[in-house]
Design a protein around this ligand. Structure first.
Ligand code: CU
Ligand code: CU
Length: 348
C-alpha cells in the first residue's frame, strides 16, 4: 500500500479497482466480465466487446446490480434544497442558518463499489444550500472528521470568511457568516491542503443564490459533475453526475413536454482538466455562473473547468427518451450519462 493510500485511511472496495481507467476500458471491465464479483456489472448490451468511444455505443451501456438501500439517492438530491433556518434580523433582513458537519464516511458510487469519502453531512455532494441575494448567511461548521478541513464559499465576502487560512482541526468548529452576493450558482468546498485530495474525497456542494426577484418558475434539477479515483493513482475510474455512476440512466428523469427545465450544473471533477454536459435532441440556454439573467449562450454542449458552473434552461419539443452525458466519450462510458424521459403533459 502506498503512503498515499495509507494516508487515505482505506482504499475503495470492489473488484476491478486496482486497474487504471484506461486499463479498465482495454480489459473490457465495462464489458461482460464487468464488476460482477463486486455485485455490480457494467455491461455493454448484447456484445462482449469492450466499450468503444463514440455516440454509437452510449445507448447500449448500462449498469447492473442494485445499490444498498438507505444510501445516497441522486434522484432525491437533484431536487433537494436546504433553505436553512430562517428568521428576520432587526431591519427586516432574512437570516439563514445552516449546519455543516465534516465526517468520514464510506459511500457507494456504483452498485457494490464503495469509496472512503470525506463528506459534509454524510453525503457527497454535500447539501445544496439556497438563499436569496442580500440574505445574511450563517453556517456553523463542525469538523467531526479525521483531517483538518474548512469550507470555502465562492462569492463576495470578508477574508476570514473565505475558509482558506482558518483551518478547522478535527473536533474544531468555525462559524462562517456573510451577506449572500452575487446571485448565481456558487459552490462550496474544503480548502485544506493537499487541495486536490480534499476535493476529490468529496468535500464539496452547491450554493444557490437566487436573484432578488427570483427566476421564472421551472422544474429545477441540481447536477454536480464528479468522479472518483478508486485506486488512488491520481486518475479517475468512475464518473457521474451526482456521484452514482449511470444513476440517471438506470433511473431516467421524467420531464414534461414544453416544460421549462432548469439545471444547476457545476464541475467538481478532480484530476481531469475539464468536464462537459451534452444534451441530445435539444439546445439549451447556458447562463455562465448564473450571474446574469440576460447573457447566455445557446448550445447543446457546454464545457466547464473544475470549479466552473452554469445555469441551463431548456424545453423539449419532442417526447421520448433523450440522453444527457459528458461529451468526453470516456467519461460517459465510465458512468457520466443519464436519460431524460420526456412525456406528453397529462392533459395534452
Ligand atoms: Cu478538507
Ligand atoms: Cu473553488
Amino acid at each position: 500500500m502506498s503512503d498515499e493510500r495509507e494516508r487515505e485511511g482505506g482504499a475503495a472496495s470492489g473488484s476491478g479497482l486496482g486497474l487504471t481507467r484506461r486499463a479498465m476500458l482495454r480489459a473490457g471491465v465495462l464489458g461482460a466480465a464487468g464488476l460482477a464479483t463486486a455485485g455490480a456489472t457494467v455491461a455493454v448490451g448484447g456484445t462482449q466487446e469492450p466499450a468503444s468511444a463514440g455516440h454509437g455505443s452510449h445507448d447500449a451501456l448500462r449498469v447492473e446490480g442494485s445499490m444498498q438501500p438507505g444510501g445516497f439517492d441522486p434522484t432525491a438530491y437533484a431536487t433537494s434544497f436546504d433553505l436553512g433556518r430562517q428568521s428576520l434580523l432587526p431591519g427586516g433582513r432574512v437570516l439563514r442558518e445552516y449546519e455543516l458537519v465534516a465526517v468520514d464516511r464510506e459511500i457507494e458510487i456504483a452498485p457494490g463499489v464503495f469509496f472512503p469519502a470525506w463528506t459534509y453531512n454524510g453525503q457527497v455532494p454535500g447539501p445544496t444550500l439556497r438563499c436569496t441575494e442580500g440574505d445574511r448567511v450563517r453556517v456553523r461548521f463542525t469538523n467531526a472528521g479525521s483531517h483538518p478541513h474548512t469550507i470555502h464559499f465562492h462569492g463576495i465576502h470578508a477574508a476570514d470568511m473565505d475558509g482558506v487560512f482558518e483551518i478547522v482541526e478535527p473536533g474544531g468548529k468555525y462559524v462562517y457568516e456573510f451577506d449572500a452576493e452575487p446571485f448565481g450558482l456558487q459552490i462550496y468546498h474544503c480548502h485544506s491542503v493537499p487541495l486536490k485530495r480534499h476535493i476529490h474525497k468529496g468535500l464539496y456542494g452547491m450554493f444557490v443564490i437566487d436573484p432578488p426577484g427570483g427566476r421564472e418558475p421551472a422544474r429545477e434539477l441540481v447536477m454536480l459533475m464528479n468522479a472518483f479515483d478508486t485506486n488512488f493513482d491520481n486518475d479517475n475510474e468512475f464518473y457521474a453526475v451526482n456521484t452514482v455512476a449511470f444513476h440517471y440512466q438506470t433511473n431516467p428523469i421524467p420531464l414534461q413536454l414544453n416544460e421549462l427545465t432548469r439545471v444547476y450544473l457545476a464541475n467538481l471533477t478532480e484530476f481531469d482538466l475539464i468536464n462537459s454536459f451534452h444534451l441530445h435532441g435539444n439546445f439549451f440556454k447556458a447562463y455562465r455562473t448564473g450571474a446574469s439573467l440576460s447573457q447566455h449562450e445557446y448550445t447543446d454542449n457546454l464545457m466547464l473547468c473544475q470549479g466552473e458552473r452554469a445555469v441551463l434552461e431548456f424545453r423539449f419539443k419532442h417526447p421520448g427518451r433523450f440522453m444527457f452525458h459528458a461529451h468526453q466519450s470516456e467519461f460517459a462510458e465510465l458512468g457520466w450519462m443519464g436519460v431524460f424521459d420526456v412525456r406528453e403533459a397529462p392533459n395534452a
